[in-house]
Write a protein that binds this ligand. Structure first.
Ligand SMILES: [Zn+2]
Length: 330
């Protein structure tokens, strides 16, 4: 058979036709009746991915995604240029998916989280974190430390349910000192423009009840064994990245140094509407990406496509994100 564009399209249509789905279901249902209900054909496998950094076991936990309209998302680029970048990455050019990926560190049974996802406060396509965390074999009562990178809702809301319940009852919560100083300042909250008030109130909702117990960490300090804070301001005033080290192995944890790599690793000078100090965020982004590329370090991003880890290569005036190859071996 000669492969033409037409036969390729026909093949695609066949693969997505309803009868394909029914046939697949008919094959699996009789053999596995107990899982048929929970594993519906439209359900994805649990979103967790393990890898090692030296002796430390890292698990990326996905919290779903939110679709973001492209128009108005980048402050200093023409819409057509942003759409061209998305097209180059084979992403939709009207609204594109931003994913959420936290990290769990397991050090001999001592469990540390880095950021917590949206909890029950995010987009309907998010809020998958707890199911994925449990599917990875963890339980919230086991968590001994929660390290927070910055105070945006998609990173902190997983700490406390909408009804006020603390999600990690046994965890010490550690936050960047400069971030705390900015957001927990009553005077600043009262003076904030209307559009910013919600962000301040969100921070207060999460941290208010535990304000006495929250531990504030400084920059260039070992926050938990092997995890060192790196000042990465701009996205927010106290936004923090990390270096995770074990023996000679390293992982640069970039937090929100970039949002979607297809946009901001390729075009590090572009500024998302979320960057509170665009100029500072740009300088931080260039510095961190350049360091990752030069050192050939493995990186993890909160908003990269799952499992959100890979490497940075220099390309043109920007960089390119090269995801790791998925491995069945941890
Ligand atoms: Zn974020």
């Amino acid at each position: 058979m000669t492969i033409t564009r037409r036969t390729v399209l026909a093949g695609t249509a066949l693969a997505t036709a309803p009868i394909g789905g029914s046939a697949a279901l008919a094959q699996t249902s009789p053999a596995t009746p107990s899982t048929a209900a929970s594993n519906s054909p439209s359900q994805q496998a649990p979103g967790f991915y393990r890898y090692k950094v030296g002796e430390i076991e890292v698990t990326a936990i996905n919290d779903g995604f939110a679709r973001r309209p492209v128009e108005g998302f980048i402050k200093n680029a023409e819409l057509k240029d942003v759409q061209a970048a998305l097209q180059e990455a084979f992403l939709p050019t009207d609204a594109f998916p931003i994913t959420f990926n936290t990290l769990v560190l397991n050090q001999g049974g001592k469990i540390t989280l880095i950021d917590t996802g949206n909890g029950d406060m995010g987009a309907p396509t998010s809020g998958r974190w707890m199911a994925n965390f449990r599917a990875a074999g963890f339980d919230p009562v086991q968590v001994s430390t929660v390290v927070i990178s910055h105070f945006h809702g998609d990173h902190i809301n997983g700490l406390r349910l909408k009804d006020g319940t603390a999600v990690f009852p046994n965890a010490e919560v550690m936050v960047p000192a400069p971030e705390w100083a900015f957001w927990m300042d009553d005077a600043r909250m009262n003076q904030a423009p209307e559009a910013m008030k919600g962000a301040f109130q969100g921070v207060l909702r999460v941290f208010g009840p535990i304000a006495e117990d929250v531990k504030r960490y400084e920059m260039d300090k070992e926050v938990v064994p092997g995890l060192t804070s790196i000042a990465a301001p701009g996205h927010t005033p106290g936004h923090t990245a990390y270096m995770l080290s074990s023996g000679s192995a390293k992982l640069m944890i970039m937090s929100d140094v970039t949002n979607h790599p297809a946009l901001f690793v390729r075009n590090p000078d572009w500024s998302a509407v979320f960057d509170m100090d665009a100029e500072q965020a740009r300088a931080t982004r260039r510095r961190m990406l350049d360091m990752a590329a030069t050192e050939r370090a493995q990186v993890a991003f909160y908003h990269a496509p799952f499992p959100a880890t890979g490497h940075i290569a220099k390309e043109g005036n920007g960089f390119r994100f090269v995801p790791v190859q998925w491995s069945s071996a941890v």
